[in-house]
Every structure is written in C-alpha cells, then in structure tokens.
Design a protein around this ligand. Structure first.
Ligand code: PHE
Length: 438
C-alpha cells in the first residue's frame, strides 16, 4: 500500500485551500446571487456570514483534518470512536457529488465560450443572445460538460496536482489584475454609478430570513465549507502550518474576489440596461459586453476565460478529491479507477442540470429547474447542515487540549473561536434556517 502524501511545502497547502475556495462561487455565483437578492443587503450579510460563521467553521475543518490525518470518515472515526460522527464524512461525499454535478455544467459553459472564441465564432456585439444560443444547444452543453469533467478527473488521477497548484500561484494574481482592469472599464461606462449604488447602498426591504439563508449558503459554498473538502486538504498537512492564519487569509481573499466580481459586473449591468436578476447566466452575458468595450477585447477575453477555467478547475478537483478519498478510504492503489468511476457517475447525474436551460427548462422541481434543485439541495441544505455538525463536533467533541494543541494561537483567540463553534455558529445556523421558512 502506498504512503499517504503530504503537501511538500507550506505554500502548497495555502494554494490548494485558496484554489478550492476561489472559483465559480466568487466569480459566477456571488454576482448573480447578489443580483437576485437585492444587492447591497445580500453583500453585507455575505461578508458578515463569511467572517462570523464561515471562517470559524473553516478553521474547525482544518483542525479536524489535520488531527485526523486521513479521509474525512476515517478522521472523524479516529477522533470520536464508536460514534456516529463519521456520518459527516458520508454527508460531505454526497454534497460534493451533487455540487460537482452542476458545477461541471458551468465549467462547461466556460469551455464553450473558449471554444467558440478560438474558432472565431464569438460575436461580442451580440452578447445578449450569445449565452442563450449556447445553453439551448443540448449537444454543445453536454460535450462541454463532459470535457470539463474529463479535465477534472484527469488532474485528480494523474498526480499533476502539484503542477496545477504552482501554475495557480501566477494565474490567480493575473486573474486579479484582469479583474481590476475590467472593473475600471465597467465603472467608466455611462450610467455605471447606478450599479455601484445597487451593490453598496442598502435597501433594507430585502433584509429577511431568506436573504440571510442565501447569504449563509453563499458564504459556505464560496469557502468550500461544510462538505469536508477543507478537512480532506488539511489532512495532508504537517504540524508546522499555522491554521488560523491560513483560514483568515483564505476568507479575506474570497471576500475581496467576490466584491471585485460584483464591481466588474453591476456597473455594466446598469449601464447596458440589463437585468441584475438575470440568474445563473449573468456573468456570461455581461463579461462579453464589457470586453466588447475594450480594444482587442476578443483576444483578452480568451485569456480571461482561460484564467477563469483554471480557477474553476482548482475548485472542481477539490470536490472530486473528497468523493474519491472518502469513497475508497485507505485503498490508495485504487485511486485511478475510482476517479474515473465517480467522475463518470457525477457527469451522468449532472446531465439533467446541463439540460435545465434548454430541453428540460419546463420541468419544475422544488426550487425550480433540475439545476436549481441541485443547487438548493447543496447550498441551502447540505452545506449548512454539514457546517452545523462540523461546528458542534469541533466545539463539543474535541477537547480544549486537542484544539489548543492544533491551533497554537493566542489563548484569547482560542477561547473566542471555541465559543463561536460551540454556541454562536450552531445557534446562528439553526435560527437562520428557521427564519428562512417563515
Ligand atoms: N468554493 C468553491 C467555489 O467557490 C466551490 C466548492 C464548494 C469547492 C465546496 C469545494 C467544495 O467555486
């Protein structure tokens, strides 16, 4: 049996954790969720949920993962033998499976845009119809989704993850620079200030339980919290790493990228007279419109979409990683087959989500289309419930001696964290949950 790997360097873990967190959650989902939930109030609640609830639970996942040094199920069984807590690991597997089934659909859209751009079949002046023509074509969306899944599987099973992480250490900063340039272009469009107001001047009429649950789900989704992804990554970590610092950095970076994505999208939405509540297609309509306003826009858009694809892959591999590592537990020699087997199953389960914008658009499930249903199952149930259980586990099952030893932080910070994961975070999740249904 092969030895378990460890991250070879300190930076390896940070890059992987940041890579898992920063992806479509910040770039694609945050803008359209903000657009559908009244803008500024959602933005404020998202920041609050990320720092007050998401960050402490992210830290809890780090602590459990590193203490357990194994896949989520094994780690939890080791830390709480003869109990049912390891079910959190199985739940994480289920949530990641469903998450990836629709995440890969959106990854496919990115590939479609890229493919069309490279074949000179992308007419930026016609941006508002572009998205609709792509998603209405079932063959194209399915092929794109399949290719995206294959890329994800291939990376997870081929051991080139290290290379991907090193590449992300310069690709992510480049993506950041692109975002700044796009934000400037968007902000200088005529009528852009309306978008800034939408994002930052609160309209309190949107303050309600549902918006709060949406913001909480977004915070978890975006931090990759509640599905044991971060727990799994932290299990490959040696004792030297300062967990608190890493969790803090990942959370702040995630907020910054999300806000930046909002500042790119909304000024353009209002300047171009588009609807902020467009839904999942929002950035796919607006980004080409902004590139259309930039010299050599078609060329720069190709580079931008390559960077975005990269950010998306560093998240999708973390989802498949949980499914594979939990699915095969300690049988490391089965990794290759398992990655293909689970990857193909996830693709199949994702087919109805891929067709939700065309062929199956009229099929209504709880929450909306198939795609909306899969999103609802995870963002509104799987992730918050997973996060709740992880918080309770870290707060009540792990002893203070154990968490102090893992965290090695200032005693005051440790007590504050402990208090939050013990009482505040679980109570907040339960209250938000109840409030959302009234
Ligand atoms: N955080 C990722 C993103 O924002 C999505 C993700 C969720 C990845 C859960 C892994 C686990 O794109």
């Amino acid at each position: 049996m092969k030895q378990r790997e460890q991250w070879t360097s300190k930076i390896g873990f940070i890059l992987a954790a940041a890579g898992s967190a920063i992806g479509l959650g910040a770039i694609w989902k945050f803008p359209y969720m903000a657009g559908m939930n009244g803008g500024s109030v959602f933005v404020l609640l998202f920041i609050f949920c990320t720092l007050a609830i998401g960050l402490p639970i992210l830290l809890a996942e780090f602590v459990i993962g590193r203490r357990g040094q194994s896949d989520a199920v094994t780690s939890l069984s080791k830390l709480a033998p003869k109990s049912k807590w390891h079910w959190i690991g199985w739940m994480g597997l289920g949530s990641s499976f469903i998450l990836l089934s629709f995440y890969s659909v959106v990854g496919g859209w990115i590939l479609s845009y890229l493919g069309r751009a490279l074949l000179f079949k992308l007419d930026l002046t016609n941006y508002s119809n572009l998205f609709n023509t792509i998603i209405a074509n079932p063959v194209e969306v399915l092929i794109a989704q399949a290719v995206f899944m294959m890329l994800t599987i291939w990376i997870v099973q081929s051991g080139i993850k290290g290379g991907i992480e090193r590449a992300s250490s310069w690709m992510m900063p480049l993506l950041f620079i692109f975002f700044i340039v796009l934000a400037i272009r968007s902000l200088t469009l005529e009528g852009a200030m309306e978008g800034v107001r939408f994002l930052f001047v609160p309209d309190w009429s949107y303050l309600n339980g549902k918006t709060l649950l949406m913001a909480l789900g977004q915070a978890f989704f975006s931090l990759s919290v509640g599905v044991t992804a971060m727990m799994t990554y932290a299990s490959y970590l040696s004792k030297e790493e300062r967990l608190g610092q890493s969790a803090f950095n990942v959370s702040i970076l995630n907020i910054v990228i999300s806000l930046l994505a909002g500042i790119v999208i909304f000024p353009a939405v209002f300047a171009l007279g588009q609807s902020p509540a467009e839904g999942p297609g929002l950035i796919f309509v607006i980004l080409p419109a902004i590139f259309n306003e930039i010299p050599f826009g078609a060329f720069f858009m190709i580079i931008f979409f390559v960077l975005m694809l990269f950010a998306t892959l560093t998240s999708s591999i973390s989802m498949l990683e949980i499914v594979v590592s939990t699915g095969i537990r300690s049988k490391y020699n089965r990794r290759k087959q398992a990655a293909w087997l689970f990857g193909i199953l996830i693709f199949i389960v994702g087919i109805p989500s891929a067709l939700s914008f065309g062929l199956l658009a009229d099929i209504q499930l709880p929450g909306g289309t198939f795609f909306d249903f899969a999103d609802m199952l995870t963002s509104r149930f799987g992730l918050p419930i997973g996060a709740l259980l992880i918080s309770i586990f870290a707060g009540h099952v792990l002893t203070s001696a154990q968490t102090k030893d893992e965290l090695r932080m200032h005693p005051f910070l440790h007590s504050a964290w402990k208090f939050i994961v013990r009482f505040i975070a679980p109570a907040a999740i339960v209250i938000i949950f109840i409030a959302a249904f009234f």
